[in-house]
Design a protein. Structure first.
Length: 277
């Protein structure tokens, strides 16, 4: 059995503020250490239930956070920026199940360092009128390929959301959100065994968990922090600026992966100006 592990940063054990997840932050070293900690725990548990191969997609920022020498040697590290399918990179590599490690709430929702891709660019992303966060986009990308999303770890807000929106998924809460930059953090000696055990159960159950799928017609709407970002996104074929809101773009498609890739392109284009008004 081959498992794809998509690893983000903000929902990792021990992390509660923005400067811990940025390379220039004084506590960035903690993030690098704890990303490997949470992933290794998931691998250890998955192996107990029969998983034999692992692709670990480091998908936070430029995808170069994890130290390969500390990673479980049974894993292949998928590192780097602008990889195909970005945070869902690896779904095309004949995997059997997806795990989301260190994920977080969408922009505007309660949670620790909640955001959608860029911290100051995307105010809201919806698909057919339903708010989507990073976990949603990636899980439905996996589902497109027939891959179930079997485990998610993060704070109490995102795990509660996953339980509600992703039937059958296993979750592990590694912290309790207090504010966007404050949390009650569980010790790694507790989160590691908890992740391992839930990963074991998730792999044992994976054939019972249905892939998440969305059929067309599909409508993606992105609200950015400023009109300039919307104008940049609208340069991508298929996008247009909403008639009723100058900082919102719209994209329609019959195919989810076409929509997902358009979303990634638009976010990256708008991200060029994510710090400008």
């Amino acid at each position: 059995m081959k498992v794809l592990i998509s690893v983000d940063a903000e929902g990792i054990t021990g992390i509660h503020k923005l400067m811990q997840v940025l390379p220039e932050g004084k506590d960035y070293g903690l993030l690098r250490k704890m990303m490997v900690h949470d992933v290794n725990a998931a691998i250890q548990g998955a192996v107990q239930a029969g998983a034999t191969e692992f692709i670990v997609n480091d998908c936070h920022s430029h995808g170069d956070n994890m130290v390969i020498t500390d990673l479980d040697p049974r894993a292949i590290l998928y590192s780097g920026f602008h990889k195909p399918y970005w945070m869902a990179g690896g779904v095309e590599k004949d995997v059997d199940a997806l795990m989301l490690i260190g994920y977080h709430s969408r922009k505007g929702a309660r949670g620790t360092i909640s955001h959608t891709i860029y911290y100051n660019a995307v105010w809201e992303a919806t698909v057919n009128g339903v708010p989507f966060g990073e976990a949603d986009f990636v899980a439905y990308a996996a589902g497109y390929f027939g891959i179930p999303t079997i485990l998610l770890t993060g704070d109490d807000c995102v795990t509660a959301y996953a339980k509600k929106q992703m039937p059958g998924i296993h979750t592990v809460t590694v912290k309790e959100a207090v504010k966007n930059s404050a949390a009650l953090l569980y010790h790694p000696d507790k989160t590691g065994p908890a992740i391992a055990e839930e990963a074991r159960l998730a792999v044992a159950d994976y054939q019972k968990i249905s892939p998440l799928k969305l059929d067309g017609p599909l409508k993606l709407e992105l609200i950015f922090s400023c009109a300039t970002q919307a104008e940049l996104a609208a340069r991508i074929s298929g996008f247009y600026i909403s008639e009723d809101q100058e900082n919102k773009v719209v994209y329609t498609s019959e195919d989810y992966m076409e929509l997902y890739e358009a979303f990634v392109d638009a976010i990256n284009m708008a991200g060029i100006f994510h710090d400008q008004d």
